[in-house]
Design a protein around this ligand. Structure first.
Ligand code: ASP
Ligand code: MG
Length: 466
């Protein structure tokens, strides 16, 4: 039985956090025969080591070495303080290792400043240093507590392509490297403490999996090691029924299907790095989200198949600051290609569309864009449809600014009549006016567009149905 656990920046963000994390690791692994730990760079909000590294490099590229130096000093301070507080026997050795990384960061920034150029490759070397430092501290601390542990750079395990900043793993190569390096440790009951976020390409050059990529690292290692479960330890009790800042009694959802999580993530509830689920879905590995600060709480488990119905609705989210764009005209009826041209024109502006709705009369199409983009999108549509507007085939292209999308998610809605009715009744009863509606054909979510000032009431009234 193999468990892969990932700890985010806050879970290793200070000496105290590392102590608690070490206890969690040992306690949890008592019930598992094999455990692998993935850790992010130290990062207690608002100071994240990865940000300090990357911002230092960006500043250096603009000739501002002062910021790079200040950041280096801060990074040194954060790590030193933790090392001093946690370590005894290995204190000097680990401090020296950490300092080597920070010195290297400073000299790379100098080189960047001289060249006035910052390549994606250099960014990955610099940005991934935080993980290389944090795992060394955590592993040494565990050893000092009498728990055999070894820090490992994922450059030795995760083989990727050379797309710096957003590298993709080669699973076959990763499996081979990981088996060779990790299996012997597991056989000796040594806990591997692996850097999240990074990998290396076939030439051994360090790459990163994209910001927030440590979750993905855990899923990749879960797949290649054939793990029974992957746990993501974070600072919340799993995925919530809604934003707790909007609804007081928002609660953690015990179980979600992969599909439901994707839907939630699409509509703004960022829970995991977006690529994390795929290795788990394809290999039937449950993915559990747990709270480091409340470890007894079961959190949320994300499972491949849809689960209990629970009245159909599991969560409700809202996205603000949107604009609803409507293309309308009696002459649009039955003319093929209007939709294609509409979205073609939107695509030229580089804006993504979160929701589309067309009535069956074919006299209008509406969709949402971020408010900030509404003008360029409307301009693009006006120039695409100049002729149709002149002929009055299209009567108007309008932007309705200041709207929100409210999305209700739950795979149990499929084949359960009446859920949409309940949602609309709840909205009607609280006086919320629905401007547009869209339901995915997967029947896993329903979205409504409402005036922004009604979005809190909308979320609260729908949440009362859960
Ligand atoms: N440290 C990296 C970041 O901040 C990776 C992660 O935390 O998942 O993006
Ligand atoms: Mg994260």
């Amino acid at each position: 039985m193999t468990l892969v656990m990932k700890f985010g920046g806050t879970s290793v963000g200070s000496a105290q956090a590392m102590r608690e994390t070490a206890v969690l690791i040992t306690n949890t692994l008592k019930s598992w025969s094999n455990g692998i730990v993935i850790a992010s760079a130290m990062g207690s909000k608002p100071v994240k080591v990865t940000d300090l590294l990357l911002n230092g490099a960006y500043a250096a590229a603009k000739g501002d070495l002062e910021t790079a130096r200040t950041n280096a000093a801060l990074i040194r301070e954060i790590h030193q303080a933790t090392i001093n507080e946690l370590l005894t026997n290995e204190q000097d050795a680990i401090r020296e290792e950490n300092n080597t990384f920070i010195d290297h960061f400073e000299s790379l920034c100098q080189a960047v400043a001289v060249l006035g150029e910052l390549s994606p490759r250099a960014l990955d070397t610099i940005g991934g240093m935080g993980e290389r430092m944090s795992v060394r501290i955590l592993a040494a601390y565990m050893r000092e507590q009498g728990v055999p542990a070894e820090a490992i750079d994922a450059t030795e395990l995760i083989l990727t392509d050379s797309r710096f900043q957003d590298a993709s793993p080669d699973f076959a190569g990763t499996k081979e490297q990981t088996e060779a390096r990790i299996r012997p440790l597991l056989d000796q009951n040594i806990i591997p403490i692996v850097t999240g976020f990074i990998g290396a390409d076939a030439n051994g050059v360090q790459t990163t999996l994209g910001r927030g990529g440590s979750d993905f690292s855990a899923a990749i290692l879960g797949q290649v090691l054939g793990a029974e479960e992957v746990w993501i330890w974070t600072d919340v009790d799993g995925v919530m029924t809604t934003d707790p800042r909007i609804v007081d009694n928002a609660r953690s959802i015990p179980e979600l299907s992969f599909r439901e999580v994707s839907e939630l993530a699409y509509y703004g509830a960022r829970v995991l790095h977006p690529k994390t689920m795929r290795p788990c879905v394809e290999n039937n590995i449950p993915l559990r989200i747990k709270n480091t600060f409340n470890p007894e709480h079961p959190g949320t488990v994300i499972v491949p198949k849809r689960t209990n119905q629970n009245g159909g609705i599991k969560a409700v989210t809202s996205i603000k600051d949107l604009s609803l764009i409507t293309v309308e005209g009696k002459g649009m009826l039955g003319i093929p290609g209007i939709a294609a041209r509409t979205f073609g024109a939107v695509a030229t502006t580089g804006q993504s569309v979160l929701l589309i709705s067309q009535a069956s009369s074919e006299q209008s199409i509406c969709f949402t864009t971020p408010s900030s983009a509404s003008k360029i999108v409307v301009d693009a549509l006006n120039s695409e449809f100049t002729k149709e507007l002149a002929r009055r085939d299209i009567d108007s292209i309008q932007a309705h600014n200041g709207v929100s999308i409210i999305t209700v998610v739950g795979a149990g809605m499929r084949g359960l009549p009446g859920v949409a009715g309940k949602v609309f009744t709840a909205l009607g009863d609280s006086g919320v006016n629905i401007i547009a509606i869209a339901q995915g054909s997967s029947e896993c979510s329903i979205s409504v567009v409402v005036e922004e000032q009604e979005s809190v009431t909308a979320v609260q009234s729908i949440h009362a149905l859960i």
